[in-house]
Design a binder for this molecule. Sequence first.
Ligand code: CA
Length: 381
Amino acid sequence: MASARHLLAGLVAALVAIGAGWALAPVAQAAAGCAVDYTVNQWSGGFTANVRVSPGSAAVTGWTVTWAYPGDSRITSAWNAQVTQTGTAVTATNLAWNGSIPANGAAEFGVQGTFVSGNGAPTGFTLNGVPCNGGATPTTPPSPTPTPTPTPTPSPGTGCGTGTVLCDDFESQTGTAPAGAWAVSSQDCSGLGTATVDSSAAHSGTRSIKVTGAAGYCNHVFIRTVPGAFSFGRFYVRHTTALPAAHVTFLAMRDTNDGNTDLRMGGQNAALQWNRQSDDATLPEQSPAGVALSRPLPLNAWTCVEFRVDGAGQLQTWVDGAEVTGLRVDGVPTPDVDRQWLTKTWRPALTDFRLGWEGYGDGADTLWYDDVALGASRIGC
Ligand code: CA
């Protein structure tokens, strides 16, 4: 993500490089000035972290990033990198597609893990063996210091900003059955799935929607609303079972420009995905490289999911504020990502919004939803 600061930094670095007469050809070594930003999202016993690696003024054609945890943090999965851990030492290596980072560019990957006694800030970041963040030894605190944010639950009353066509924290629900703007929906058939107003878990206030979803299509259940036009959405979800290998859906939206079929967000191969019911196209493509560009949802933690779906066929997805690169349709076919999606012209017109659970074979989950917002611009977490 380019920023004015990064552009300025890049310009300064380029001028310095020219002035010093340095070679600008790509090299595999990391130059001094590499930086690793480690941003953690932590809850009781678990965490995810986004890791952004910048080589500095010299490009790299492959990268290995290492760090050490001071506590007993244990990585359980990763995306956009091959990650191994021995004791407290972690080694992350690029995948085939993201090894090259241009001068003053950056690559991002993520990890998910657990801990028992503590999940302290990692130290001793290196890129291709070179200490980063200005640190000479692992005992020197990196600068800028990675800043863990131990805030598992944002404060109640998460806002919706202005201009939303829907902003609901479910606090006005007084019964067990969702009412007002919402109704329980199970098209075609219904079975074991249930969706109720619940007070055992809430992201804001004391109420949320609890969905008990069972395997098998007819056990699907959603809460449905028919809002005004929207191209951005935000909701918080807390689920209890990892996304399965089988295809599942937890968000469905009717597309009147696509034969009144559903645009679906859910999971497959243990990672988030979008699915277009009309032709069963998936985003990302379900190749190993495609799946690696998506990510799982954190378990037993409120997670902020945001999306953009506009009438021009652009689609973007964010989890806890970070864009998921495998969940982006940008109009330029990218192998493993949106190549399959772009094989037909898609100009969505979404006319309803349904949160719940729908499995097609395997896949059951109990999950909660709260703080839903839909609008014409990005709402944020
Ligand atoms: Ca609530």
